[in-house]
Design a protein around this ligand. Structure first.
Ligand SMILES: *[C@@H]1O[C@H](CO)[C@@H](O)[C@H](O)[C@H]1NC(C)=O
Ligand SMILES: *[C@@H]1O[C@H](CO)[C@@H](O)[C@H](O)[C@H]1NC(C)=O
Ligand SMILES: *[C@@H]1O[C@H](CO)[C@@H](O)[C@H](O)[C@H]1NC(C)=O
Length: 420
């Protein structure tokens, strides 16, 4: 204990010393170095906030460092509203009425279970959670320290918008299936996992579900989960598990993964933002992940499960306005950023990079898409619509079968002769 206190003293002293150095630089007439020092300190402070003291650290083969942080020291508890929070170690409720028996589907085609790459080098002890360590370079790649870990404003696909200009405004492109017009208490999907090629590091490609509340104005509530390739966020092209939340349409609240306080993780085996493996291959083995997000009717928190075995944790109800009651829309599908480099459509891929017509093993799929209804049952969605800004670039096609329930193929290559 004494050692920790003195370490903190040393840290404070170092920061003061650094600030003093900065002053003297500016005094010496070096105008440019002052902001640089300020930024360096800002980055340092941010890293200190994000990277909590680890009980154990594990180096992943992909270069990530996974910190095993005591469950009560995770970033969520920096939130003033969570100071006295008692961590829920299990949901009070799990949606029943599974239409499709997952174990039957699995045993049919002995697919090895999905895991995360860092497991090869160790596991986190009990009472800790694995957190992908944020590196200085991760923060420096963001447009600002404040924007690190946040999506850009208004990237949400709004299939109901009647203003076509708004749809194309953000440069984000989607190929999605959706339901709306009811109250929803969760959603599930099994998502084919690929490693789409990203043309530019400021673009990304993701495949996810969205649970939305409110209108598409300034106060949109959203909970999102799936996989993504995002060179700017992670510094590589690996396919990673991610979550996102916002309660004000991506402005001040919310973030990816555990990059701000909000989501409370209880699981010691799955790290948000860590790489997923194995990945599907064109014409070869196919792999998928299941994601279930549902609202606990007792406490009102939104829980997330990965696969059949991992309940990851929950978003406390107080984070949200509309979603504190229920969701008004659910979307499933892909999103990419089209930054139109050189005035042409980007060749950043969505899904497998191949169009829906190619079908299984070639085009990426979502299968067994379901919603949680007002009786807290998992159900097939009714009245599924589809939406895409430019079907010649990325498309979506829905279907229905016994084993796959409601499913769709989605994605595409981006730039091609029909998508110049
Ligand atoms: C936490 O508990 C303390 C002591 O009971 C109380 O004074 C404080 O207001 C509580 N904080 C919150 C955010 O509920
Ligand atoms: C978006 O822009 C593209 C290219 O200008 C156009 O072809 C397409 O119709 C637009 N999409 C919508 C939904 O307006
Ligand atoms: C990611 O992929 C792009 C395009 O395939 C490539 O140019 C880039 O070097 C890759 N980035 C990393 C960090 O591997």
């Amino acid at each position: 204990m004494a050692a920790r206190v003195s370490a903190r003293h040393v840290m404070v002293w170092l920061l003061v010393a650094a600030a003093a150095t900065c002053f003297s630089c500016a005094g010496a007439g070096s105008v440019r170095r002052a902001p640089a020092t300020r930024q360096r300190l800002e980055v340092q402070r941010h890293l200190k906030r994000l990277n909590k003291q680890a009980v154990k650290s594990i180096k992943s083969p992909d270069g990530d460092i996974i910190d095993c942080v005591h469950i009560s020291h995770q970033p969520a508890f920096d939130h003033p509203f969570l100071k006295n929070h008692t961590i829920q170690m299990r949901p009070a409720f799990h949606p029943e009425g599974l239409l499709f028996d997952e174990s039957k589907v699995a045993s049919q085609k002995k697919t090895p279970s999905m895991a995360q790459l860092w497991h090869q080098n160790g596991r986190c002890p009990e009472d800790t959670i694995p957190i992908r360590r944020t590196k200085r370079d991760d923060v420096l790649r963001a447009s600002s320290v404040k924007r690190y870990g946040k999506k850009k404003h208004r990237s949400i696909p709004n299939p109901l918008s009647i203003d076509p200009d708004l749809l194309n405004e953000s440069g984000h492109q989607h190929a999605i299936a959706y339901v709306e017009g009811d109250t929803y208490y969760g959603a599930k999907a099994t998502i084919n996992v690929w490693e789409p090629r990203i043309q530019q590091s400021n673009e990304f490609s993701l495949s996810q579900l969205w649970i939305l509340g409110g209108s598409f104005g300034e106060d949109l509530n959203s909970i999102e989960a799936g996989w993504q390739v995002s060179p700017d966020l992670y510094g590589d092209n690996n396919t990673r598990l991610f979550t996102y939340w916002t309660s004000d349409s991506y402005q001040a609240t919310g973030c990816y993964n555990l990059l701000c306080s909000g989501f409370i993780q209880i699981n010691s085996e799955i790290a948000m933002g860590a790489a997923i493996y194995p990945l599907s291959r064109y014409g070869g083995s196919q792999y998928d992940i299941s994601i279930l997000v549902w609202k606990d009717p007792k406490e009102g928190h939104w829980w997330m499960q990965f696969g059949n075995d991992y309940v990851l944790g929950y978003w406390p109800s107080f984070l949200f306005s509309y979603l504190a009651d229920s969701a008004s829309m659910v979307e499933w599908g892909g999103e990419v950023v089209n930054s139109e480099p050189d005035g042409e459509h980007t060749s950043t891929e969505m899904g497998s990079g191949h169009f829906p017509e190619e079908g299984f093993g070639r085009s990426s799929y979502f299968r067994n898409i379901q919603i949680v209804d007002e009786s807290n049952n998992l159900k097939a969605p009714r009245g599924v619509g589809t939406f895409t800004e430019q079907s010649n670039c990325y498309d979506v096609q829905t279907g229905n079968s016994n084993h796959w329930g409601h499913f769709f193929y989605y994605g595409g290559p981006g730039r091609n002769s029909n998508c110049p």
